[in-house]
Design a protein around this ligand. Structure first.
Ligand code: ADP
Length: 395
């Protein structure tokens, strides 16, 4: 069984070819600058192949990927007939989808109806799905949604305190994102806890960052909202703000609504505060050289994470494990240490030596006597996509 996993963005796409039973990844890669010029990075057979190739549209990009899987030094299969099914990462499933589904015309029309809620993402996913249907017409396609895991949130968690009609007429509510990662990590955590009923907080800290409260395997609250802008301070996104800031900035800086949304998504967060970079590694380096804004950016990021952890511990009525995942969560011992320090009152005690050990395994980094476990769990969204696709399409 081989699943082709596709994550189509507006000018890029990521892919993997995986056997979901053995978890073997045969090939993975990235097409960038689609519609501009085109660049392929294909990893297979222990090679990393980089090529500049014309990709006027997603169609050429996907055709190039399929060609790379079946010919040349990056070849891993003889023909695309060996691919059994295709799993698509889809950012927004709205309230329609609480689990992964086989894609048919009805699913596509629902994804189209959700474009206003995810104008940057869903159109690219629909293009990716249609091209796969065209290039591999006999293969089933499955959609795996970033929002699906959070559909278990109760109204008290997902409603905004706006007039109720904004929810019924316009779908304004918290949807939450990174659901595939929160599901995978919380599931691993409950296995590590070896406990049937568990209270887990997952901190997914990458360029995009979000945090999720998970009770008995179900998402009960999460920091991202209607869009991935709410919540934590991210690489270039502001996260939570007083909404009054928006109108104030629009007036003071003479910004349109679109400019403001871009400003909050692309020029804010760690980049905006530090003025250095959205990449935490560069900010940590600057802070060790005494850059005050870099130090401030790190302190602000950690404070925000801590605020969410404490509020979610309150919502859950306690916490068995705090989990760190994604680029920052898995690698940045400084951030984990700053986040955990001061949480001793709620039974969180970090083992500073274990915290500094680097490897790619699931691991426990709390002291022996810590009431609350602290886990590092490398996320694997592709594995969840491959497994869901396999489950839904195996004959
Ligand atoms: P994305 O949301 O793009 O998938 P990632 O999960 O890859 O993001 O995380 C990217 C972030 O992880 C960047 O801010 C990067 O600086 C940070 N990161 C990666 N490795 C380290 C490290 N060793 N120390 C600190 N930060 C790291």
């Amino acid at each position: 069984m081989l699943v082709f996993i596709l994550n189509a963005g507006s000018s890029s796409l990521k892919y993997q070819l995986m056997n979901p039973e053995s978890q073997e990844v045969l090939a993975s890669g990235l097409c960038e600058r689609i519609g501009i010029d085109g660049r392929l990075i294909h990893e297979a057979n222990d090679l990393k192949i980089k090529k500049d190739l014309a990709m006027p549209t997603h169609k050429e990009a996907i055709a190039i990927v399929l060609e790379s899987l079946t010919s040349g030094e990056g070849k891993v299969i003889d023909s695309i007939e060996e691919i059994d099914s295709i799993g698509h990462r889809v950012v927004h499933g709205g309230e329609y989808f609480s689990e992964s589904v086989i894609i048919d015309d009805d699913v596509i029309s629902k994804l189209e109806s959700l474009v206003p809620l995810a104008p940057l993402h869903n159109p690219a996913h629909i293009i990716g799905i249609n091209i796969c249907k065209e290039l591999m017409p006999t293969k089933p396609n499955v959609a795996v949604f970033d929002t699906a895991f959070h559909q278990t949130m109760e109204p008290a968690a997902f409603m905004y305190a706006l007039p109720y009609d904004d929810y019924t007429n316009h779908g304004v509510r918290k949807y939450g994102f990174h659901g595939t990662s929160h599901y995978y990590v919380s599931d691993q955590a409950s296995k590590m806890l070896n406990k049937e009923n568990s209270k887990v907080i997952v901190c997914h800290l990458g360029n995009g960052s979000s945090i999720c409260a998970v009770q008995d395997g179900k998402s009960v609250d999460t920091s991202m909202g209607l869009s991935p802008l709410e919540g934590l301070i991210m690489g270039t996104r502001s996260g939570d703000l007083d909404p009054a800031v928006l109108a104030y900035l629009m007036e003071k800086k003479e910004m349109s609504a679109e400019q403001l949304v871009n400003y909050l998504n692309k020029s804010s967060g760690l980049l905006g505060i530090s003025g250095i970079s959205s990449d935490l590694r560069e900010i940590i380096e600057a802070s060790t050289n005494g850059d005050e804004k870099a130090m401030l950016a790190i302190d602000m990021k950690c404070n925000r994470i801590k605020k969410y952890i404490c509020s979610y511990a309150g919502i859950l009525g306690g916490v068995d494990a705090i989990c760190f995942t994604a680029g920052i969560g898995e690698n940045a011992d400084l951030i984990r240490e700053k986040v955990c320090s001061g949480l001793e009152f709620m039974g969180v005690s970090l083992d500073k030596t274990k915290n500094k050990v680097r490897n790619s395994e699931n691991r426990e980094i709390n002291t022996e006597d810590s009431k609350t476990k602290i886990f590092i769990i490398p996320t694997n969204e592709e594995l969840v996509i491959a497994r869901d696709t396999y489950k839904l399409t195996k004959v």
